[in-house]
Design a protein around this ligand. Structure first.
Ligand SMILES: NC(=O)c1ccc[n+]([C@@H]2O[C@H](COP(=O)([O-])OP(=O)(O)OC[C@H]3O[C@@H](n4cnc5c(N)ncnc54)[C@H](O)[C@@H]3O)[C@@H](O)[C@H]2O)c1
Length: 340
């Protein structure tokens, strides 16, 4: 089997799961680890018998990688990715794609111009439950998608006023998942949110957002509701479609793919099945897919999220915060050119 030569930048908390996933992917050869900190890079180099490199310049000039995984802190995504793009390498970057829309747009345009395969690490798209929900959504044509996921307080490092921190970090996968499941572009958003309910760091601590997707009489409504004060409240993902329903609870999905029963008729028969799946390493599945798309231009990157998906998710996320701050509904087509 052809293997993609991949180097990794960033061996911090999340970087370690990338590293295990790269090592587990059968179509990848792990060629180098780059981290500014020797104490982070050296142990990885020793474990996988590869070189540790301190800077990206060194990585690009001295090592022969076809692709690069990027897992540095979010404020450094842009500068790191642009260096890798200018070096002509394919790349897989952590989410959120960048710290601003202007940066994300430049990154997206740069990879599209150069024909590079660039993915964003929305690895939950590879979770068996979400893959099955996506398949069901293609059959039932979603009208309403409801993501309600609550949690307890997040670690201090996530509690900053940045629009992608606090509860926004926790729901970043849901913000990507709503348009993914709907198979439609988000058009408008209205959100209510609050900061500093349970701590004093300026972080967004709860949000409720309604997202309008697609156009026409049967456009889809997505609802995301999440807070840091909801530890113990069960999570839910409910989809009501024109031609059926799908409800995910943990690894179990209850669904019906058929007409909505007419008035007066009892509820429809539903199927229940478990979608735990064999693989629990969604990031390895993501790397495998990205490497396959890099190795063979005929292979689609989907269901992996592209840089364009990453840009769209960041735009939607910033629009949710803007709406939450201003109390106004946001039209994404008007918002995109106005926001840096
Ligand atoms: N997809 C997910 O589910 C998920 C989960 C957690 C974190 N993340 C994302 O992962 C990213 C990294 O988070 P983390 O918690 O691993 O951060 P971290 O601070 O633990 O690690 C970052 C590492 O990058 C290194 N680094 C920074 N700049 C560098 C540079 N220019 N060259 C080489 N090395 C450099 C640092 O020395 C550090 O070791 C963030 O963007 C975060 O949002 C995603």
């Amino acid at each position: 089997m052809d293997k993609l030569k991949v180097a990794m930048v960033g061996a911090g908390g999340r970087g370690m799961s990338h590293i295990r996933s790269i090592a587990a992917a059968p179509n990848i050869e792990f060629v180098a680890i780059c981290d500014l900190l020797e104490e982070a890079g050296r142990p990885v180099a020793e474990e996988y018998d590869i070189p540790w490199v301190e800077t990206i310049d060194q990585l690009l000039s001295d090592y022969d990688a076809d692709g690069v995984g990027i897992c540095v802190q979010t404020p450094h995504h842009y500068e790191t990715a642009m260096q890798v793009i200018e070096g002509g390498k394919h790349l897989l970057t952590e989410k959120p794609m960048a710290s601003s829309i202007a940066q994300a747009r430049e990154m997206m345009e740069a990879v599209e111009e150069r024909g590079l395969v660039a993915a964003i690490s929305y690895q939950l798209r590879f979770g068996p439950v979400y893959l099955k929900m996506k398949e069901l959504c293609e059959q039932i044509e979603p009208i309403q998608i409801i993501f309600a996921r609550q949690r307890s307080m997040m670690a201090d490092k996530y509690l900053s006023p940045a629009p992608f921190d606090g509860i926004m970090d926790f729901i970043s996968h849901d913000i990507d998942m709503v348009p993914f499941l709907a198979g439609r572009e988000p058009k408008k958003v209205f959100a209510t949110m609050g900061r500093d309910v349970w701590s004093q760091a300026g972080a967004i601590e709860y949000i409720g957002a309604q997202i309008e997707l697609g156009e026409g009489p049967h456009r889809t409504v997505g609802v995301i509701s999440s807070s840091q004060g909801g530890g113990g409240v069960p999570q839910r993902l409910d989809v009501v479609g024109r031609h059926g329903i799908a409800v995910a609870t943990g690894s179990e999905i209850r669904f019906a793919t058929g007409p909505n029963p007419p008035k007066g008729e009892p509820g429809r028969d539903t199927w229940t099945a478990n979608y735990l799946g064999e693989s629990r390493d969604f990031t390895a599945d993501l790397y495998k897919r990205w490497a396959a798309a890099c190795l063979d231009p005929e292979t689609d990157l989907a269901p992996a999220a592209s840089y364009r998906d990453g840009y769209n998710a960041l735009l939607l996320s910033l629009a949710m915060v803007e709406s939450g701050e201003s109390g106004e509904a946001i039209d994404l087509a008007e918002f995109a050119p106005s926001v840096e």
